[in-house]
Design a protein around this ligand. Structure first.
Ligand SMILES: O=C(O)CCC(=O)C(=O)O
Length: 214
């Protein structure tokens, strides 16, 4: 991976895809640690009963030292720090499942809601992510525009200028700015679509006012 080229693409588009971010052994470990975390807290049963944001679990780093260390010092932190050209303030490590049979997924939004504007999320695929099983969608260049502070921005879909489906293989990563519009559609297959994300603010944005939460 050519980090300087990635940084140029990231600055221009507000998002980049990094194929083979994890090797097989790293991917197997992330998968096993994630599944162990979910099993310990019976999270899949809780997802089934959740009324909103089914399949979303934040703060893995707060309850599990391995995720905390990866968030703070692992490759996700190194790459995001390079892309932001800054030290980082780690915010959260999160798990995102798109659950077969679900009716809703994650509506268009940007991640800076409730946080500072300058930051980024690195999202790692544990499974194949395709259009039919609820892959992410990014809108290139949207980080340079201003949008209302809410989840569920209207007017975005796969035909929006700059929008593209972030189809990934297990171990690939995608990075989006905290201001880049993204979403996912429901999983219309019986295949799993799991991802783990690492979200950071840029250290130099300390003291900046947070973006108002909806
Ligand atoms: O994984 C998903 O379906 C949505 C992820 C997301 O919204 C995020 O990483 O900020």
């Amino acid at each position: 991976m050519d980090l300087n080229e990635l940084r140029e693409d990231y600055s221009r588009d507000g998002c980049v895809v990094i194929p083979n971010f994890l090797d097989r052994a790293e991917l197997a470990e992330l998968d096993a640690r994630t599944e162990a975390y979910l099993a310990r807290g019976n999270h899949r049963e809780k997802f089934a009963k959740a009324k909103a944001f089914q399949g979303t679990l934040k703060n893995l780093n707060v309850h599990d030292e391995w995720f905390d260390q990866l968030l703070r010092e692992g490759r996700p932190a190194q790459v995001v720090s390079h892309l932001l050209d800054d030290e980082l303030h780690p915010a959260t490590a999160a798990f995102f499942d798109r659950i077969p049979g679900e009716e809703t997924a994650i509506a268009p939004h940007f991640d800076a809601l409730g946080h500072r504007r300058n930051g980024a999320t690195l999202w790692i695929a544990l499974d194949d992510t395709r259009k039919d099983n609820g892959c992410l969608y990014y809108v290139k260049g949207s980080h340079k525009q201003k949008y209302e502070s809410k989840v569920g921005l209207s007017g975005f879909n796969e035909f929006t200028e700059g929008a593209f489906a972030v189809e990934l293989n297990p171990g690939d990563a995608a990075v989006h700015s905290a201001l880049t519009i993204h979403w996912s559609f429901p999983n219309q297959t019986q295949r799993s679509r799991r991802g783990v994300s690492f979200f950071y603010s840029a250290a130099s944005s300390k003291g900046e006012k947070s973006v108002k939460k909806p």
